[in-house]
Ligand binder design. Structure first.
Ligand code: ADP
Length: 466
């Protein structure tokens, strides 16, 4: 068990990311050091070669113009160049490569100078003579003199190698803090990168444990992880709203079903207890059918609302004129309005084309029209009008009815909500929820403005091309 925690930590994304970051940082740093070493060694060699070539040129001219004695004098006088810290090696050989003159052989005792007499000598070519123990090498350049003799000039690699060795020592001093910096930087960057993901994991865990209000903390930055956190929160919010809505709906449906189901049961019970009276049975059965129709209507409407709200509802969209949708309704509602003493006026241009699901949109208009007539007392007025505004069709259904109190106004779109004053009238409290869901499914909007005692105006706005 005690091994489990570290093992889990090693397998975690943060650990892997920090290993990747650290590894990358350390590899890059080591690569830079190796490249620097290579360039330093190359540059030092080039400096030596340039110096040897320049000095060889100068001594060749001296020899060719003034002869060997003058050259020897020159070499003896230039102590710094030929006996200093990084001196030149000078050798003059005859045509057969036998040494005629060599400067300070004891300085070069580590090298097997006898090889110079045996190795072939080439004009203007770089050659290397190693020390006996092969620690250093003598870098040599040879030039043929005007009388056929040879002048050889060289330098030991000792100074160069010492500089490179010092660099190497520095290299090993730098490596440990570099590794530490790499690991610390990697851990810091991994922790920073993984923080939003860990926050998300904690939030998901909280939600799984039943805390549906848990949300991922957002930093406000515009990076992808913050955007993901925002989207996650938005998704969690919507799911929460959906679950709450479903729960409320189920509670409401259970509550709403209790009364008709009890009524249904009582009707049946009373019929069973009554004497064998056919008329009574028929009446009881008719009541049962009416009650079950009501329940069925309620369940169908609730399912339609859910389908429309969740986007599952299939809309059979067609381009039709609005007046054709209203024709069937007008006849029926004209009659109902007349019965009630309400004036119904419809002002819709003939050639107003809209692309909608005709059946669903007819249901929407029927619901609003039905409410308007239902909640308008006699001698009132209901008007339907349309206009085109900002690329949308706007349909208004206004009545001069009882109006809706400001307290009820935000709730009228809720499922199964019925205003206090409407309890006496027929209805399920589902009409406006259905209307809103269908209008939204058509990418439209619906609003209401109402003044109690004066009337209400419902406004549907639909995209022109819908
Ligand atoms: P209902 O079956 O009760 O009419 P709705 O969902 O259609 O259910 O309406 C919800 C509530 O909104 C109604 O109970 C009523 O209080 C109010 N309402 C809707 N339309 C009107 C209107 N035109 N005038 C006044 N009140 C209205």
């Amino acid at each position: 068990m005690p091994l489990r925690i570290p093992l889990r930590a090693f397998k975690s994304g943060s650990f892997r990311l920090s290993v990747w970051y650290s590894g990358f940082f350390i590899s890059c740093s080591v690569l830079i050091l190796i490249m620097t070493h290579y360039f330093l060694s190359y540059t030092l060699l080039r400096v030596d070669k340039t110096a040897i070539a320049a000095e060889l040129g100068r001594l060749t001219t001296e020899y060719n113009f003034r002869g060997l004695p003058s050259l020897q004098r020159e070499l003896a006088e230039n102590k710094n160049t030929y006996r200093g810290k990084n001196p030149f090696f000078v050798r003059i050989a005859d045509i057969s490569n036998r040494t005629l003159y060599i400067l300070y052989p004891e300085l070069w005792k580590e090298f097997d100078l006898s090889l110079l007499g045996t190795n072939p000598i080439t004009n203007g070519r770089w050659t290397y003579l190693p020390t006996m123990d092969e620690d250093f090498e003598l870098l040599l350049l040879s030039r043929r003199l005007h009388d056929g003799r040879w002048l050889q000039l060289g330098r030991s690699s000792e100074v160069r190698d010492l500089a490179l060795d010092q660099f190497f020592e520095l290299f090993f001093i730098i490596i440990p803090p570099l590794v530490l910096m790499g690991v610390a930087g990697g851990t810091f960057l991994a922790a920073r990168t993984m923080k939003p993901i860990q926050n998300m994991i904690h939030t998901v865990q909280s939600i799984v444990n039943g805390n549906y209000d848990a949300r991922v903390p957002c930093t406000g930055s515009r990076d992808e992880l913050n955007e993901l956190a925002n989207l996650f929160n938005e998704m969690a919010e919507r799911i929460h709203a959906l679950i709450t809505g479903m729960k409320e709906s189920i509670d409401n449906v259970a509550h709403e079903l209790r009364t008709p189901m009890t009524r249904l049961r009582n009707t049946c019970e009373m019929a069973l207890q009554a004497d064998k009276d056919v008329d009574l049975y028929r009446e009881a059965l008719a009541d049962c059918i009416e009650e079950s129709d009501r329940i069925l209507k309620m369940l169908t409407t609730l399912m339609d609302i859910s389908e429309a709200e969740t986007g599952v509802m299939k809309l059979d969209q067609k381009t039709v004129t609005l007046s054709s949708l209203l024709t069937g309704l007008t006849d029926m509602y004209q009659y109902i309005a007349e019965e009630k003493g309400v004036a119904l006026a419809i002002h819709v241009p003939e050639a107003l084309y809209i692309t909608v699901d005709p059946d669903r949109m007819t249901q929407v208009l029927a619901n609003i029209l039905d409410n308007a007539i239902k909640y308008t007392p006699s001698r009132g007025r209901v008007t339907i009008e349309t206009k085109h505004s900002d690329g949308r069709w706007v349909i208004t259904i206004a009545d001069t009815g009882v109006g809706i109190s400001p307290k009820d106004l935000p709730k009228i779109w809720d499922r199964l909500y019925r205003g206090d004053d409407s309890r006496s009238t027929r209805g399920l409290g589902l009409g406006l929820s259905f209307v809103k869901a269908i209008v939204h499914a058509h990418q439209g909007t619906i609003d209401v403005v109402s003044t109690p005692g004066k009337g209400s105006t419902f406004t549907i706005s639909l995209p022109s091309n819908s």
